[in-house]
Design a protein around this ligand. Structure first.
Ligand code: HEM
Length: 312
């Protein structure tokens, strides 16, 4: 039974345990890199998960986000706050020693995001591998494919649908905001302090006391590098707390609050808030869909030697 599952090809042309023969320790090596980086820096899991999302939504899950250079995806302002590139680089370095030229950066990133979830208490997901690394990375492709916090539910659903993801997937994958953090500028337009220092709530879908707390954490003139936890209660745990916070109007971004404020998504938010197991089961399915968006096989891509540059 085990080997049947292991070698089954998924609909994306990927297969489970793709490296079983060519690099049997690939997955464990990635996991060790993620584990050791996260033990010294607990912000790593959140960064890895977001990095993967931004990779998959632009050009598919092909590690195009990792390419450095003028006008690559990384240079778009929406990607300036991405991190954890060094974790992927160090996993790649180890893999190049033991299995040179075998494991793609796209797979390393997918596995690392998967591991980030498990490491923070989320479900353990077996994901298919065999992705090839893309050769194209253009800043101009970022805006049309990445969601801004100001988007309406319809705008978000349209982008998700263009990737083969449903509105349920949108609610489920937004649950990633149960870990990680955000810079003040990504939510500071939801309230403001007037010239007399008086607090004004601009977005009434945000809890007033929480907003006031956020202004204290993000005072005027604060450094642009200040960050606030996405999940105010259990920021280091991958759990269903994000949905519980949504219910009490403590979704950090306007795009989070939008999920509670629409009848089409409200009930799923409620279900996930009430039942973590159900959220985890849905997460597994939605994550598998996310991780197979636009994957490249065979000649469509390559196995990069360095994750930050194409083989040239
Ligand atoms: C659906 C619309 C989404 C919007 C508008 C959105 C927006 C954002 C923004 C603005 C930040 C803060 C960035 C910063 O200031 O550093 C953020 C953080 C984050 N996002 Fe999303 N996001 C969305 C969906 C997702 C999805 C689908 C995932 C993953 C599956 C995800 C994973 C994360 C994670 C883990 C963080 C924390 C990053 C860190 O700690 O560095 N997001 N998101």
């Amino acid at each position: 039974m085990f080997s049947v599952v292991c070698f089954t090809r998924s609909s994306s042309g990927l297969s489970f345990d793709f490296y079983a023969v060519s690099c049997p320790s690939a997955e464990i090596m990635v996991k060790n890199s993620v584990r050791s980086a996260s033990s010294t820096d607990p912000t790593i899991p959140g960064k890895l998960l977001r990095l993967f999302f931004h990779d998959c939504f632009v050009e598919g899950c092909d590690a195009s986000i990792l390419l450095q250079g003028n006008d690559t995806e990384r240079s778009d302002p929406a990607n300036k706050s991405l991190g954890a590139f060094s974790v992927i680089d160090s996993a790649k370095r180890v893999l190049e020693i033991f299995c040179p030229g075998v494991v793609s950066c796209a797979d390393i990133l997918a596995l690392a995001a998967r591991d980030a979830v498990e490491l923070t208490g989320g479900p353990n997901i077996q994901i298919p591998t065999g992705r090839r690394d893309g050769r194209v990375s253009l800043a101009a492709n970022v805006r049309p494919n990445i969601i801004d916090t100001s988007f309406t539910l319809n705008q978000m659903a349209n982008i998700f649908s263009a990737k083969g993801l449903s509105m349920d997937d949108l609610v489920t994958l937004s649950g990633a905001h149960t870990i990680g953090s955000a810079h003040c500028r990504s939510f500071s337009d939801r309230f403001k302090l007037d010239s007399n220092g008086k607090f004004n709530l601009i977005d009434s879908s945000l809890d007033k006391e929480y907003a006031a707390e956020l202004t204290r954490m993000c005072p005027a003139g604060a450094s642009a590098s200040v960050t606030v936890n996405n999940d105010p209660n259990t920021p280091l745990l991958f759990d269903n707390e994000y949905y519980k916070e949504l219910l009490v109007h403590k979704g950090l971004f306007q795009s989070d609050s939008a999920l509670l404020n629409d009848e089409r998504t409200k009930n799923i938010v409620l279900d996930f808030a009430n039942n973590q197991e159900f959220f985890f089961e849905s997460w597994i399915q939605s994550f598998l869909k996310l991780s197979s968006i636009g994957v490249k096989r065979n000649d469509e891509g390559e196995i990069r030697q360095l994750c930050s540059m194409t083989n040239g």
